[in-house]
Ligand binder design. Structure first.
Ligand code: UDP
Length: 322
């Protein structure tokens, strides 16, 4: 079986490619390297350096005839999406629509889509189930909600079957430190805190007056290897059952910004300098998943906790290779 992975040079995509290859799949990575890292693409994958909206995607589909697509390629910075909304509408929404057009004309009927918990906005009920209304608070989340809707419409028209996987906070690295997160600039809390531990620089705490026990935001951090395993189960299920799934991928446990800092100090053995900064616009106080549906539908269970996530991310930072 052949799986085409868009964004296979990215943080979560490259790790999923690694596990697909290990399981014996033939894998085609399509990535324009605008934000991905070429050295992150695992050996053994075919690599096509191309934007997903390129009309030449028709040829890629004709050449490789994939059984399914896992679609990671997207821009994913909340702050940037608010200051440059058109970048996100073009790169995430418009590009994906063109890609879906090419994919379905080629007769490829199965797709797993990277969605996000941020499309819930400020949730009414926590832990968040998939029944929570979709109320995105930033342009990034709007573009993800738009593609979920496009997939729903395409499915209703008999064009495809899909799984939309709504990730909570992707974090961690390969347990052996061989693959991990590398963004430039880096906006995410865990790498920033660990870099502060490593370099003696300081990290900003975006608000300490939220309605949480220590006043800082709580997030559900999920290990990239747990995300990768869920993608493989999801793509197999879409191929075999020809049904649609919309699933939260989180652990069901939350950690505050201050807890991440304290735990990172313990794991790294170094002090982390932190300074209080204003709230970041668009940040809900608490985002924690109810993951029962993913557990039941996929037969999946997250293997790693926050200690593992921080330990593996710290190992990666010591020997970063890209
Ligand atoms: N955060 C922070 N300082 C930073 C970066 C992030 O306090 O330098 C907070 C942010 O406000 C949020 C949490 O850490 O509450 C996780 O943010 P991140 O950007 O890692 O992921 P997001 O929740 O935006 O997907």
């Amino acid at each position: 079986m052949t799986i085409l992975v868009t964004g296979g040079a990215g943080y979560i995509g490259s790790r999923t490619v690694f596990f697909l290859l290990k399981k014996g799949y033939d894998v085609v990575v399509v990535d324009n390297l605008s934000r991905g890292n070429k050295p992150a693409i695992p050996d053994g994958a075919h690599f096509v350096e191309m934007a997903i909206e390129d009309p030449a995607m028709d040829k890629v589909f004709a050449t490789y005839r994939p059984d399914a697509v896992i679609h990671f390629a997207a821009y994913a910075y909340v702050g940037e999406s608010n200051t440059q909304p058109l970048l996100y509408y073009c790169n995430n929404t418009a590009a994906t629509i063109r890609f879906l057009d090419s994919m379905t004309r080629a007769g490829v009927r199965n797709i797993v889509f990277s969605s996000t918990c941020s499309l819930y906005g400020n949730p009414v009920t926590v832990p968040i189930t998939e029944a929570e209304p979709v109320k995105p608070m930033n342009t990034y989340a709007v573009t993800k909600a738009q593609i979920e809707k496009a997939l729903e419409d395409c499915s209703a028209a008999g064009l495809l079957n899909y799984a939309a996987l709504r990730y909570f906070n992707a974090a961690g690295a390969a347990p052996d430190g061989s693959m991990g997160e590398s963004h430039d600039p880096e906006p995410h809390l865990i790498p920033l805190v660990l870099m502060a531990a490593q370099n003696g620089t300081s990290v900003k705490i975006f608000g300490d007056d939220y309605p949480t026990p220590d006043g800082t935001c709580i997030r559900d951090y999920i290990h990239i290897d747990d995300l990768a395993s869920a993608h493989i189960l999801a793509v197999e299920k879409v191929i075999n059952e020809k049904k649609n799934f919309v699933l939260n991928l989180g652990t069901g446990a939350g950690n505050s910004v201050k807890e991440i800092i304290t735990r990172s100090e313990a794991i790294s053995g170094r002090a982390v300098k932190a300074e209080l900064a204003p709230r970041r616009p668009g940040d809900p106080a608490v985002l924690v998943a109810d993951n029962k549906n993913a557990v039941n539908e996929l037969g999946w269970k997250p293997q790693y906790n926050i200690e593992d996530i921080l330990t593996h991310a710290w190992n990666w930072l010591q020997n970063k290779r890209y």
